[in-house]
Design a protein around this ligand. Structure first.
Ligand code: COA
Ligand code: AMP
Length: 633
């Protein structure tokens, strides 16, 4: 079956197709129902099946005789360490840590937050939760305590699993102090903080005087291993918060059964990874890519996965990715275009690339943001393995557009994220919900049901799920992206049509940033837009109007806004600029013309919107922007 036939069967004979894919994993109780879809409720997959995701990722391989195969390669240029763990060793660590969590009273139905750096213990924690049916929520380390507090109050964890510190190049990130600060801000109080003491980094935790603060290592070594619990297919494996169009992040809920099937399917067919090979997704476990393709996907597919604690540049140089590929014989790699852009900037002549033997590498996958052609050109010139762009979202948990080198040779079209992946019936709609002809730009929507593994909903907020994704075009999932299809069915993603921006492959909400900027005591109103950035794709830019009578110096205000964003959202937001203006351009109904502001800041040509209330504001704004750009940009 070729990729087009596979896609066609996945849409026209859903149960047959996904039933076959479900047979590729080992169930504790095989599902008799493949799809439950009454046309009223949101569809679910494999409803009466039972399984355990940790079993599939670890125990199964040991049971099948692959216990001595390497499962996790921890490569940490920031601490100068490389440690390998076999499946046997992962099983021992995970089952004992799960036993420890059980001793603390954690059981199926509970939630736990994991706020940790890129170390193997973070993966053990995720898998231990999965083993017990404890729904985990991993929070990216680049988020500030306030963001962590929001997530604590939303998913109400019984425990928070963390580490003493992380290492960002050479800067120590105080994880445990951040957790304590977050708990002091949150209403919900977890029963325990389980902290991994990174003795190597020098700061020791004093566990003696606090009975709610538990030593990760001691808990693991002093506990009996726990068995895998049989989990219903639709039981939530994890909640992963992502940015939406309002200030509050939304907790995307992932099931166990659909997810495991999607992981096995995508690792084999989309990524073309063979069991036993090394697969590397250079992402952080705090993002969807990290969940799916640094942890669950490769382990379920019996690959060795790399947990990388470093950056593509500066740890120590632009050759790190290539060194890792050679040293660990990486067969398939996945990263964000921004990482390649960073390397290209440091190494335009490919000098670092040429130092390494990359013959193990078969395919490079790119996603997370649009990939510019110049970056692809550089990649082709110096690395010369196929670089395949593909598109997905936290919501899907696996690719929705892409190519399938696991099945056959693929034809890459520059600037396209590929064709619809089996299970994702992707259309491009007009404002009125009509399918557009090829080469017309519109909204990227997907006919329900989405494939197995896609989100089940938003944690604790079914209304927001319906309103945000399902109500705009009834019967379809609204992705929030714009797109164009061509006559061969290739899709070109044109970018978000909402207030979400993509900064260095990290998805962030400008609405959330606007809330923070507005909280500054001198700011009357503001707007935050994502402007083009050579390295990060986009970076946020704030425009603020002062309260009348305010005498604050504009550069002082800028510094304070930048600091405020860092404190309330986190360094990851990468906000560096704020401009003070007298008035914001608005429509006659009072809506801020964000697109106009963005276009002007990018220095692109713009058309005066017909709905603008006062055209004179535009000239005023342009003058302010010009002065600012001359001075700072
Ligand atoms: N914990 C704490 N702080 C973090 C962090 C973490 N896990 N990750 C990032 N930060 C901080 C950084 O130190 C930086 O702080 P600074 O402003 O004080 O320097 C800030 O957040 C912004 O980080 P980042 O966007 O990563 O910028 P950078 O300049 O440090 O690195 C790249 C730029 C392109 C090298 C880097 O963003 C990268 O490797 N991106 C790949 C993206 C990716 O993997 N995305 C996942 C989806 S596929
Ligand atoms: P996230 O949920 O963090 O994975 O971000 C998802 C968003 O990133 C999508 O809605 C797109 O806007 C963007 N995105 C992801 N992959 C691509 C891609 N290959 N091309 C263009 N945009 C992408």
């Amino acid at each position: 079956m070729n990729a087009d036939q596979m896609f066609s069967e996945s849409i026209t004979q859903k149960e047959k197709f996904w039933g076959k894919q479900a047979d590729q994993i080992e169930w504790f109780k095989k599902p008799s129902k493949i799809l439950t879809d009454d046309g009223i409720n949101y569809p679910t997959w494999f409803e009466d099946g039972e399984l355990n995701t940790c079993f599939l990722a670890v125990d199964k391989h040991v049971k099948d005789g692959f216990g001595e195969q390497v499962a996790i390669i921890y490569d940490s240029p920031v601490t100068n360490r490389i440690i390998k763990y076999t499946y046997n060793q992962v099983l021992e660590n995970v089952s004992k840590f799960a036993g420890g969590l059980q001793k603390l009273g954690l059981e199926k139905g509970d939630t736990a937050i994991i706020y940790m750096p890129m170390i193997p213990e973070s993966v053990f924690a995720m898998l231990a939760c999965a083993r017990l049916g404890v729904t985990h929520s991993v929070v990216f380390g680049g988020f500030a305590p306030k963001e962590l507090a929001i997530r604590i109050d939303d998913c109400k964890p019984k425990a928070i699993i963390t580490a003493s510190s992380g290492m960002e190049v050479s800067r120590r990130i105080p994880y445990l102090p951040f957790v304590k600060e977050a708990i002091s801000m949150s209403e919900h109080q977890p029963n325990y903080i389980v902290a991994f003491d990174r003795k190597l980094l020098g700061n020791r935790i004093d566990f003696k005087n606090d009975s709610t603060l538990v030593d990760f290592e001691k808990l693991l070594t002093e506990s009996e291993p726990a068995d895998c619990v049989s989990i219903e297919s639709t039981h939530p494996l994890y909640i992963l918060y992502t940015s939406g169009t309002t200030g509050k992040p939304k907790g995307v809920v992932r099931d166990n059964g659909g997810h495991a099937v999607a992981m096995k399917f995508s690792m084999k067919n989309i990524y073309g990874a063979k069991e036993g090979e090394t697969f590397w997704a250079a992402s952080d476990i705090g993002w969807a890519v990290g969940h799916s393709y640094s942890v669950y996907g490769p382990l379920i597919n019996r690959n060795a996965t790399i947990i990388f604690e470093g950056k593509p540049i500066g740890t120590p140089d632009a050759g790190t990715f290539w060194r890792i590929i050679e040293e660990h014989q990486v067969a398939v790699m996945f990263t964000a275009p921004t990482a390649i852009r960073a390397i290209k900037k440091e190494d335009p002549e490919g000098k670092f690339v040429k130092k390494y033997d990359l013959s193990s590498l078969r395919t490079q996958f790119l996603a997370g943001e649009r990939c510019d052609v110049a970056t692809l050109d550089w990649y082709d010139e110096f690395v010369s393995v196929p670089a395949i762009d593909h598109w997905w979202q936290t919501e899907s948990g696996s690719p929705m557009l892409g190519l399938m080198p696991g099945i056959a040779n693929v034809k890459i079209k520059r600037a396209s994220a590929g064709k619809p992946i089996p299970g994702y019936d992707i259309k491009v709609f007009s404002e009125e919900g009509l399918e557009l002809e090829p080469h017309h730009e519109g909204y990227l929507v997907i006919k329900l049901p989405l494939a197995p593994g896609a989100m089940m909903g938003i944690w604790g907020d079914p209304e927001r799920f319906k309103f945000g994704y399902l109500s705009r075009f009834p019967g379809y999932y609204f992705s929030g992206d714009g797109a164009i299809k061509d006559e061969d069915g290739y899709v070109f993603v044109t970018g978000r049509v909402d207030d979400v921006i993509n900064v260095a492959g990290h998805r962030l909400s400008t609405a959330e940033m606007e809330e923070v900027v507005s909280s500054h005591k001198e700011v009357a109103e503001c707007c935050v837009v994502g402007i083009d950035d050579d390295l990060k794709g986009q970076v946020p830019f704030a425009i603020a109007v002062l309260k009348s009578g305010s005498e604050i110096d504009e550069s002082v205000l800028e510094k304070e806004i930048v600091l405020l964003i860092r404190e309330k959202i986190g360094a990851v937001a990468s906000m560096k600029n704020a401009l003070v203006v007298n008035r914001l351009p608005k429509t006659r109904s009072g809506k801020i013309l964000r697109k106009l502001i963005r276009t002007m800041l990018d220095g692109k040509e713009y058309q005066m919107p017909s709905t603008i209330d006062d055209e004179s504001i535009v000239a005023e704004l342009q003058e302010k922007m010009n002065t600012y750009k001359k001075k700072y940009l």
